[in-house]
Design a protein. Structure first.
Length: 746
């Protein structure tokens, strides 16, 4: 029995997929990429001993193999299944119900349904063969891609699963408690991208059930939604707003439909109305759908050529800036887990350091995904990011910690991460650059144009806008000029156009009305009458007044303020003192200053204001606002006309009185300014003394830190070598042990 079994296994091992003529079948064949490291052989054997021979899937195994020894993996796996098992070869066409195993010392990828072999990159010290294959699988097979991570050390496979999830595929990992080494599956679970956490014996049944769904079979691919299904999809989005308070109505329906179908496949639901019922009952499913909708493809220095264009065409302009005291402000909306924001920060630090220029940098990175923002704030990423970052940058901007890399403190402090909804929350302003890559492609064209207008408003004159390679500024050619057409880099031109800015972009109140459409609130006529009465009383009896802050910026006008204020020539301004008519400026400044200092209302009945060539007597009242608390710090300035004693030019005696009063105010202000300057000079001297002491201490600490860092790098290098050797020995040991057992049986 043993002998015949051996012959059968040998025959299966030698069987290879026939050549190319079956490309039309490949589109109907889901491909399962399975990565494993130490302890993965046992999980492989358990999985395939429970997998039917006619599952309709193709399996590609990417274990961590010793490149210096011949692998026994093909022979060992062939004993557990009736499917043909072979070592992958270059340009080999993938067929269903076949198992392909990566050869030692090679990298493996998928292109047009065929396997591609390549040599490992020489620049990376980290073995990322698993992530390399899973990323290519995600790009090539889209929703037919399935990624599985089994037992192993380190964090290999996490980035690959992220790519599969972002392209609509499915991510599965071995339950950590059943794994001989649980680091690889646990790291993938911690990233929040895993769909199934199962024992190896349970995986075959879950895979078969999943691939039978219409989403994976391709029956729903590129089809327009029927009218009834479109209404059901609107209901799904309405339920999603109820559970998560996020509005996706203005996002592309095809993208949303695809992600909803994916969730239906994972829940084994075939009808959209059934999924809507599930969503209505399960807030947890609403959060899972939101997480799927927020998944984005990101990485460090993605599209490296775009960063080179930024380095050559944009950053040199910033190096020539004369106002180095003002920070360089950059906004990265839709930042996900922070890789793009950190990439821009690294590039700027490098360029300014090379030019020996001081860098005052503020990068605002925003997203609505709180889970991704938590990862970004910590700045902790799997070791496989080494495949995307040059070794010099990796050494300068990251520190190795166990099985992760963490960005250094200087880099973390240059980026501020915050939760923000681009289409409903207030934007940042006075920005030098906005990097919004591969976010607009998920929005409907009408929403895209509104966002582009908002970006123009938020940028400084001459500021730059970076979009994804598939995005454009649309019809707003009058707002931006092209810096790089290929890499979608634009420069802001023209004046600010508030008339084209619609904010907030999304009408959230409308969303609430749709959600609560069954609750009808009657409109009472009494409320309308009350508003009408109040408006008439304000128009007839309320004095001319303005609401200002402590910088004298007018926030609100009430009544006929034209007798006291007028817009000056030149650029528009909201500064109260700039708008004050002749005779009021010094009086307004003095009254506001006194009201702020005493925190009490101040009234001045002495001003005379010049209007239409005549001097008019008036009074000014400045009242600090104390309630509500949110308005604390604001001032209400009220103007009253007094009964005029004359309508001719003001007499000289009045002018002398005004001059004397103005002189007293000027003397008082000069005295207070001198005292403030003396206090400031003393503070500066104390600060300089303290700063010198801190510099001396900092130099000593930096010297100690460099010594410790050098020792740590040596230890990390030794640890990596020992860990890699241990994984290879573990894999070889497992293979030899199985071989010994077979020899004992023989």
């Amino acid at each position: 029995m043993a002998t015949s079994g051996k012959k059968k296994s040998a025959q299966k091992t030698s069987a290879k997929p026939s050549a190319v003529d079956k490309d039309h079948k490949l589109a109907c064949c889901p491909i399962v990429g399975i990565g494993a490291s130490a302890g993965g052989l046992a999980a492989y054997k358990t999985l395939f001993s429970n997998m039917p021979d006619d599952s309709g899937m193709a399996f590609v195994l990417v274990p961590h193999l010793d490149p210096r020894h011949q692998s026994l993996m093909v022979e060992l796996i062939a004993t557990q299944t009736g499917m043909p098992v072979c070592e992958a070869q270059h340009e080999m066409a993938i067929q269903p119900n076949h198992i392909y195993i990566i050869p030692p010392g090679s990298y493996l990828s998928v292109q047009n349904g065929k396997l591609q072999l390549s040599s490992p990159p020489q620049t990376s010290r980290i073995d990322t063969a698993i992530d390399f294959f899973l990323r290519s699988l995600a790009q090539d097979q889209q929703e037919k891609a399935i990624g599985i991570i089994l037992s192993g050390t380190s964090s290999h496979g996490t980035l690959g699963l992220q790519a599969i999830k972002a392209n609509g595929g499915m991510a599965m990992v071995q339950h950590p408690e059943s794994a001989e080494y649980k680091s690889m599956p646990q790291n993938a679970i911690d990233s929040g991208i895993v769909d199934f956490i199962l024992l190896p014996a349970e995986m075959p049944a879950a895979l078969i059930k999943y691939i039978q769904h219409a989403y994976v079979s391709g029956l729903w691919a590129n089809t327009e939604l029927a009218e009834s299904e479109s209404e059901l999809l609107d209901r799904v989005l309405k339920l999603l707003r109820v559970h998560t308070h996020y509005d996706f109505r203005n996002y592309r329906k095809n993208m949303i439909s695809r992600r909803v179908q994916r969730r239906m496949g994972l829940n084994h639901i075939s009808q959209l109305h059934e999924y809507a019922e599930l969503l209505a009952k399960s807030p947890q499913e609403g959060r899972r759908l939101l997480r799927d909708l927020l998944i984005s493809v990101t990485g460090f220095f993605r599209d490296p050529e775009s960063y080179r264009v930024l380095e050559q065409s944009v950053i040199p302009q910033w190096l020539k800036r004369k106002d180095s005291d003002n920070p360089l402000r950059i906004w990265v909306p839709g930042c996900a887990s922070g890789e793009e924001a950190y990439s821009i920060a690294m590039l700027l630090i490098e360029q300014f350091s090379a030019a020996q220029q001081p860098l005052n940098l503020q990068i605002f990175a925003t997203d609505i995904d709180e889970t991704a923002l938590d990862i970004a704030r910590q700045g902790i990423y799997p070791v496989s990011i080494a495949a995307d970052i040059e070794p010099q940058r990796l050494k300068r901007f990251f520190t190795r910690s166990d099985e992760h890399f963490q960005v250094v403190k200087q880099l973390r402090e240059s980026v501020v991460f915050a939760a923000q909804n681009l289409i409903s929350d207030a934007p940042f302003s006075r920005l030098d650059m906005i990097s919004c890559r591969n976010l607009l492609i998920y929005m409907e064209p009408s929403l895209q144009q509104k966002v582009i207008s908002l970006f123009h408003f938020a940028l400084k004159p001459g500021g730059h806008l970076l979009l994804g390679s598939s995005e454009t500024i649309g019809r707003h050619l009058d707002l931006f000029e092209t810096v790089s057409k290929k890499w979608r880099i634009y420069r802001r031109i023209g004046l600010s156009r508030r008339d084209i800015v619609e904010f907030p972009i999304s009408n959230l109140s409308e969303g609430r009305q749709l959600i609560m459409q069954d609750i009808k609130t009657p409109v009472t006529r009494e409320v309308n009458f009350a508003e009408l009465t109040q408006r008439q009383l304000l128009n007839d009896y309320a004095p001319a007044s303005v609401l200002i802050n402590r910088k004298y910026e007018v926030l609100y006008f009430q009544g006929a303020t034209g007798d006291f204020l007028e817009p000056p020539t030149g650029e528009p301004t909201h500064n109260l003192l700039s708008m004050a008519r002749q005779g009021l400026q010094s009086k307004l400044r003095a009254a506001c200053y006194k009201a702020i200092r005493e925190n009490a209302p101040v009234t001045d009945n002495t001003p005379n204001v010049k209007h239409n060539g005549n001097w008019l007597a008036c009074s000014i009242t400045v009242k600090p606002i104390v309630e509500p608390r949110q308005a604390e710090g604001l001032l209400l300035v009220t103007f009253h006309k007094l009964q005029p004693s004359t309508q001719t030019n003001a007499p000289e005696s009045g002018s002398n009185v005004l001059a004397q009063e103005d002189s007293a105010i000027v003397h008082q202000l000069e005295y207070e300014l001198k005292a403030t300057r003396d206090d400031l000079q003393t503070t500066i001297e104390d600060m300089e003394s303290s700063n010198e002491e801190l510099k001396a201490s900092n130099e000593e600490i930096m010297s100690m830190n460099e010594e410790l860092q050098s020792a740590n790098e040596e230890l990390e290098t030794s640890k990596e070598e020992l860990q890699s050797l241990n994984e290879e020995l573990s894999t070889v040991n497992s293979q030899l042990q199985d071989k010994v057992e077979d020899l004992d049986k023989a």
